[in-house]
Ligand binder design. Structure first.
Ligand SMILES: N[C@@H](CCC(=O)N[C@@H](CS)C(=O)NCC(=O)O)C(=O)O
Length: 231
């Protein structure tokens, strides 16, 4: 029952954003080095950037900054000057920035064909739909849960609009677990490599290099993360 509600509310969030971040758009240059983002799952502005990352088929290192957390929040304040999320770091160009609209525009200019999809270029309406879409999920993924820090980032194959992937990202976010996010939305050219590695096309898929564990199934992944990392 609880699980059904969990999936339904997550699905409502995806519907609230009209499925933005389910598939890819026209891709441009590919980054040589991995992008990094400081964010947290429940933040409506961060959602816009994560949608762009799926649409552009970009791999990114996620540094979760839930409220009350210190693992990456402190680092961001030192780096950028304030605790505001999202914050993008692109080591390929040396660009680092706050402001979701600026980040989205930058990403489509740099790694797409310069065209920002409609759901991400409606200004205040984009923000409002992202806020409203998040309501069914309450504060999940926004507040810190004490955890052990992993030596190496975990790896997650996901795409933004998947209701099952969201449930896993929320847990990674509240536990402040850094992870490499492989976006494999519909039409993604990264899917072949992912299937070769994981055995089938299903997300979420978690790989934890710290323990050698690899698994599908959002409920199993959430249980694993809590058992392994929550204090
Ligand atoms: N205009 C900014 C707004 C960003 C913003 O207000 N982010 C909130 C989180 S949703 C924040 O950083 N709050 C401070 C905090 O969480 O400590 C943008 O679009 O990026």
């Amino acid at each position: 029952m609880f699980r059904a509600l969990d999936i339904t509310t997550s699905l409502l969030t995806s519907i609230g954003r009209a499925g933005s971040g389910a598939g890819i758009a026209k891709l441009g240059a590919r980054p040589e080095q991995m992008l990094e983002i400081y964010e947290f799952e429940a933040c409506p502005f961060c959602r816009k950037v994560r949608e762009a990352l799926t649409i552009l088929d970009l791999k990114v290192k996620v540094l979760p900054c839930p409220k009350g957390g210190e693992r990456y929040r402190t680092a961001l304040i030192e780096r950028g000057g304030k605790a505001m999320f999202p914050y993008l770091v692109d080591p390929n160009t040396g660009v680092e920035m706050y402001e979701s609209d600026d980040i989205v525009r930058y990403l489509f200019n740099q790694y797409g064909d310069g065209t920002v999809p409609m759901m991400l270029r409606m200004g205040p309406l984009t923000d409002i739909t992202s806020v409203l879409a998040g309501l069914p999920r309450g504060t999940r993924g926004s507040r810190v849960t004490p955890s052990k820090a992993p030596a190496q980032p975990l790896e997650l194959a996901s795409y933004e609009a998947s209701p099952f992937c969201r449930i896993v990202r929320e847990k990674l976010s509240s536990l402040e677990l850094p992870y490499i996010l492989y976006n494999v939305g519909n039409g993604s050219p990264s899917r072949d490599a992912f299937v070769k590695r994981s055995g089938k096309m299903m997300v979420p898929w978690l790989s934890d290099p710290n323990t050698g564990s690899e698994m599908f199934e959002s409920a199993d992944i959430v249980k694993y993360l809590v058992d392994e990392y929550a204090l």
